[in-house]
Design a protein around this ligand. Structure first.
Ligand code: HSE
Length: 438
């Protein structure tokens, strides 16, 4: 049987899962590929870590460049993470005409255009299913299964750590810090968990999805990003009383000449399937003009689910090598020559529904002052609630708006913040209702 040599770079959480599948499911994979996928090298700087795997003599090395420069290596699996070294390794692998698999969403978000152009020029494949949504086959779905569709929108929960934290606070009353520590202990979080909780990781993933959904260059820097660190248990409780759960969503809408792309905590109604996606699970709804709505759901983080996606890519690339069809599927779903620069709409231009919470003095005339300013900026209210007791002299006043423009909301909240009857900047959470009409 023909042998395809694999060089695994990085044997941390995901890399270890990949090595386990390659070694333990050798026969299953061979019978699916028609070749032996041989784990020829594992490169990592930490040989002492207990991975529960016994590698054959000569497999483990500290020198990743040796793996890439070996003419016998066919496929490189970049599982190192981070940007600088990973980029150097991938570009060198491409230069050496190796096929590449990566799970590195941060790298693709920042340098993907350069990497994919280099790969297309050399005629090699760079596969990246594991970069978005853990085990969920969203890249394959967009590149292959939905090829006959104009994608209209995508709405997803794409960060397992944030979803785990929000679920624990909502359902178990956990504290933010302890939920984050648990997510870290379970291997969901990034090495720097700020990437998770500040929404950057979700935005990295959205930048990749936008590119393959709409045929646009990867554009991370213009995505609006807000993380979950300012979400309070009080807002989670109010959300529940109004029939919503708070989720960190990646939202992308095809606006023709531009794309709406934003990441922020969002209230979604209980009836929305995404509101029932909890813990480390991810899910994404894609709306296409032919297909309607589809929903993909599965574990978005963790060793084995992510490794499953890496193996799927590895099998694809091995099959391409065997059939002489490397490059059969355009790297970013569209031919390189057809990929355009499409702008991301500034967040001020979006329109949506809002939840506002004001900490205001409990006095006559307060409500009318606040609603007067909202009215001045054309913000129409769906409901107003004064909830709970005074804390530090203030009471929470909660308002839900009809559809309104973000720029108007900002102006109104700026003005309301100046009033001496409110004690802090109002809380704002966007609402994604199924029915955005009004
Ligand atoms: N830190 C990421 C998450 C890992 O929590 O979703 C998967 O990309």
């Amino acid at each position: 049987m023909r042998k395809i040599n694999i060089g695994l770079l990085g044997c941390g959480t995901v890399g270890t899962g990949v090595a386990k599948i390659l070694l333990e499911k050798k026969d299953l994979i061979s019978s699916r590929v028609g070749a032996e996928l041989k784990l020829k090298y594992v490169a990592d700087l930490d040989p002492a870590r207990d991975r529960g795997i016994k590698f054959d003599e000569g497999v483990f090395t500290g020198d990743a460049f040796k793996v890439i420069d070996d003419p016998e290596t066919d496929i490189i699996l970049e599982m190192i993470g981070g940007e600088k070294t990973a980029k150097d390794l991938i570009l060198r692998a491409i230069e050496n005409k190796k096929q590449v698999v990566t799970a590195n969403k941060a790298l693709l978000a920042s340098c993907g255009n350069e990497i994919f152009r280099a790969a297309a020029a050399k005629g090699v494949d760079v596969a990246y299913e594991a970069s978005v949504g853990g085990c969920i086959p969203i890249i394959k779905t967009l590149r292959e299964s939905l090829a006959g569709n104009q994608v209209k929108s995508m709405v997803g929960i794409l960060n397992g750590t944030c979803n785990y934290i929000l679920s624990k606070i909502t359902d178990d009353g956990s504290r933010f810090e302890s939920a984050l520590s648990e997510a870290q202990a379970k291997g969901f979080a990034e090495a720097d968990p700020a990437l998770d909780i500040e929404g950057l990781d979700t935005a990295h993933k959205l930048a990749v999805l936008n590119s393959i959904a709409y045929g646009m260059e990867i554009n991370f820097k213009d995505i609006y990003i807000e993380g979950i660190s300012k979400i309070t248990p009080l807002d989670i409780e109010f959300a529940g009383q109004f029939g919503y759960r708070i989720k960190l969503l990646a939202i992308s809408k095809n606006r023709g000449a531009s794309v709406e792309a934003r990441v922020h905590p969002t209230m979604i109604p209980f009836q929305n399937l995404l509101s029932n996606v909890n813990g480390p699970l991810n899910a994404i709804t894609v709306s296409g003009d032919a297909v309607g709505d589809i929903l993909l759901y599965g574990l978005g983080a963790g060793m084995m689910p992510t490794a499953s996606a890496v193996i799927s890519d590895t099998v694809d690339l091995a099959r391409n090598i065997l059939s002489g069809s490397v490059g059969r599927i355009p790297l970013l779903s569209f031919r390189m020559a057809d990929i355009r620069k499409i702008s991301v709409m500034p967040v001020d231009e979006i329109s949506t529904h809002y939840y506002f919470r004001f900490a205001a003095l409990d006095r006559p005339g307060v409500l009318s002052k606040i609603s007067g300013i909202l009215g001045k900026y054309g913000i129409s209210l769906k409901s107003v609630h004064q909830k709970g007791r005074k804390t530090n002299g203030s009471v929470p006043i909660v308002m839900l708006s009809h559809l309104c423009k973000e720029a108007d909301v900002k102006k109104a909240l700026d003005e309301i913040s100046q009033l001496d009857i409110v004690s802090t900047r109002p809380a704002l959470i966007r609402i994604e209702d199924n029915d955005q009409e009004d």
